[in-house]
Design a protein around this ligand. Structure first.
Ligand code: SAM
Length: 324
């Protein structure tokens, strides 16, 4: 079992399979950004499998595939299948913008991905294009395909921004209600240039909670998963909504995760720069025990919390480098 100095058990690994994305959400990956990792720097499928098996041996139970956009990596279904087959891994989930999901949903489900988080910031094609630089229609088709494939639960993640999409919160509730999807609202985080610029649209989510509370009866609810959201059931419907509030109400004391970049850097906190480079070990003759020992030592350095409010300029990498 991995335990950090603050007595948090670490059993969740977020694994970025690419830092590239077919979207350019302005709060994440600035248009014109060129500083991508090159393919020879990416961990290969074999390296990913070996590394995740070492994490599993140390007590990691849940792996989430993320990016960039994981579906732009051609080997995604193969990576998913190999991780799902590893002893000790009980949960395999995926974060996606769903733009390519229509064509790959069944393959990913059959490879062993159980749960999906899908980013959807707007149901209006024009607003969607302004935020993402891309088309809404394939995303909605991807969500429909995912519902058919059988993923449970499917969580829709909406970054709520004042004056951009905050007027759509109620329509998003209706959309999710009709499709039996879980809905989570997220506050903007000052990660990378895009994230910092988007701070001007930052909206503390207690405002949304109060607004929805006037229309619906929100009852605190439990939700399966390793996430930091506070969940509520809406009226007596099956809809559950969650609020992820890294800025207005941080939840670092329950942090149970570490993140691995596509180049094999183990990041100990989304809002700090502490990390361990594992790729050099994988590409040398380091044995499995040496790798596990390096991981243990890194976890012993996991920071207590992020400093998004005190040091908003701390993180230069865009969110797409680690996948949130
Ligand atoms: N492409 C995948 C997706 O869309 O879910 C995975 C990577 S994406 C970086 C993961 C999540 O981070 C998305 O829900 C996105 O909206 C969110 N995100 C990116 N930048 C953010 C920021 N500055 N503040 C808050 N959330 C952000």
């Amino acid at each position: 079992m991995l335990r950090d100095p603050f007595n948090r058990e670490i059993q969740y690994l977020r694994l970025s399979v690419t830092d590239r994305c077919d979207f350019r959400c302005f709060y994440c990956l600035p248009r014109g950004f060129r500083d991508f990792e090159t393919p020879d720097e990416w961990l290969t499928c074999d390296e990913i499998e070996r590394l995740v098996s070492q994490f599993a041996a140390l007590g990691i139970r849940h792996v989430r595939l993320t990016g960039g956009e994981p579906l732009v990596r051609r080997e995604l279904a193969e990576i998913a299948g190999r991780i799902a087959a590893l002893p000790g891994i009980d949960e395999l989930s995926l974060s996606t913008n769903a733009s390519r999901l229509r064509d790959f949903s069944d393959a990913l489900y059959n490879a062993g991905v159980g749960r999906l988080n899908i980013s959807l910031d707007s149901l209006d094609a024009e607003t969607f294009r302004e935020i993402t630089g891309n088309e809404l229609k394939p995303v909605l088709q991807g969500i429909d395909a995912a519902c058919k494939s059988g993923f449970r639960p499917i969580k829709i993640n909406m970054v709520v921004m004042r004056g951009i999409n905050d007027h759509e919160v109620e329509s998003m509730v209706d959309y999710c209600l009709k499709r039996n999807l879980t809905l989570r609202f997220i506050e903007t985080m000052p990660v990378g240039d895009g994230g910092r610029k988007a701070s001007r649209y930052y909206l503390p989510l207690d405002e949304i909670e109060a607004r929805l509370g006037k229309h619906y009866r929100l009852q605190p609810a439990a939700m399966r998963g390793s996430g930091p959201a506070r969940y509520f059931q809406v009226d007596d419907s099956g809809l559950v909504i969650g609020f992820i509030t890294p800025r207005s109400q941080h939840f670092c004391e329950t942090c149970n995760r570490v993140r691995l970049s596509v180049t094999g850097d183990l990041h100990l906190c989304l809002g700090q720069e502490d990390r361990l480079e594992l790729r050099p070990m994988l590409r040398s003759d380091a044995g499995d025990e040496a790798i596990r020992q390096a991981i243990r030592q890194a976890i012993a350095r996991k920071p207590e919390r992020h400093n998004f409010n005190q040091a908003p300029a701390a993180i230069m990498r865009p969110m797409s480098a680690l996948g949130g």
